[in-house]
Design a protein around this ligand. Structure first.
Ligand code: G3P
Ligand code: MG
Length: 252
C-alpha cells in the first residue's frame, strides 16, 4: 500500500533514549522527549501472568538487579525489580513499565510510538497481539502508532485483528531483506519496512521506496557513517541517541 504522502518520523529513539537512560523505561521516553525526539521505539512482551510490559530480553538479568525469565514473573514480582541501577545509580528505583502506563505517558507527551511486538523464544505471538494491540490502538491515534515485528505470522495476527490499513500501520522488521519481502508486505498491507542499516543495500532501498513503503533503519548511532544512506530514500532512523542526527538530517 503506497504511503508516500504521509509525513513520517525522521528520528525515533530506540528503546527510548537508551544511550542516556535505562532502555524501555518511562524515564527513557521522557528523556527522548526532552531531547527533542517525538517518536520512540519500544519492545513489548508478556509477563507470565499475561500482563504486557515494555521489555526487550527473554530474561531480566541484563537490565535489572535480578535474574530469571520474564515468563516466570507476575506483575507484583516484576514491579519489585530495580530496572534502573544497572544503567546508572541515578536511575535506582526505576520500575518495569506496563504497556498500559507507557501508552498513557506517550499519549500525554503527544509522542509517536513504534511498538515492536517482541516474540521471544517459545512465546505466542497471537497471545501478545491479543493482549497488547487493542490497548495500543485505543490509546494512540492511528498516525502516531506503528506496530512492527520480526515474525510475519504475528503481524498476520495483528492484521487479522484490525484489517483497515489506515487504522493499523504495520512495519515489517528484518535483519536482512528477504527475497519475498514484497509478497509479505502486500499480504499484511504493510506501512513500512524496518531494516538493519548495516545490511541495507542501495538498490533494495530504492525498490522499497518505489513500491511506496516507508523505510526506517535501525540502529545507526554514528550520524557521519550513516549520512550517505539518507540519499537512498530512508525516511527515518531508529537510534539509541537520535539527537546526534539532528545536524545531519537531509531536507525532507
Ligand atoms: O525495532 C528495531 C529494533 O529494535 C529491532 O531490534 O533487538 O533492538 O529490538 P531490537
Ligand atoms: Mg526493538
Amino acid at each position: 500500500m503506497p504511503h508516500s504522502d504521509i509525513s513520517l518520523p525522521r528520528l525515533i529513539a530506540h528503546r527510548g533514549l537508551s544511550a542516556r537512560a535505562p532502555e524501555n523505561t518511562l524515564t527513557a521516553v521522557r528523556e527522548a522527549k526532552r531531547a527533542g525526539c517525538d517518536w520512540v521505539e519500544l519492545d513489548v512482551q508478556l509477563l507470565g501472568d499475561g500482563t504486557p510490559v515494555i521489555w526487550h530480553d527473554n530474561g531480566v538479568r541484563r537490565c535489572s538487579n535480578s535474574r530469571g525469565k520474564l515468563v516466570k514473573l507476575t506483575l507484583d514480582k516484576a514491579r519489585a525489580l530495580d530496572v534502573g541501577s544497572w544503567f546508572h545509580k541515578d536511575y535506582a528505583g526505576e520500575r518495569m513499565a506496563t504497556l498500559e502506563e507507557m501508552l498513557a505517558l506517550i499519549g500525554s507527551l503527544d509522542m509517536g510510538l513504534n511498538l515492536e511486538l517482541k516474540v521471544n523464544q517459545g512465546r505466542s505471538g497471537q497471545a501478545l497481539v491479543e493482549a497488547a494491540l487493542p490497548m495500543a490502538l485505543q490509546a494512540l491515534p492511528a498516525d502516531q502508532l506503528i506496530v512492527s515485528c520480526f515474525d510475519a505470522q504475528t503481524l498476520g495476527a495483528a492484521r487479522a485483528l484490525q484489517r483497515d490499513a489506515e487504522l493499523l500501520r504495520i512495519g515489517l522488521l528484518y535483519d536482512k531483506l528477504p527475497a519475498d519481502w514484497q509478497r509479505q508486505a502486500e499480504r499484511l498491507d504493510a506501512f513500512s519496512l524496518h531494516l538493519n542499516w548495516r545490511k541495507l543495500k542501495k538498490n533494495n532501498a530504492r525498490t522499497i521506496k518505489d513500491a511506496g513503503y516507508a523505510l526506517f533503519c535501525y540502529t545507526p548511532n554514528d550520524p557521519v557513517a550513516f549520512h550517505p544512506t539518507w540519499e537512498w530514500g530512508v525516511d527515518g532512523v531508529i537510534s539509541d541517541d537520535p539527537s546526534l542526527f539532528t545536524h545531519y538530517l537531509p531536507d525532507a
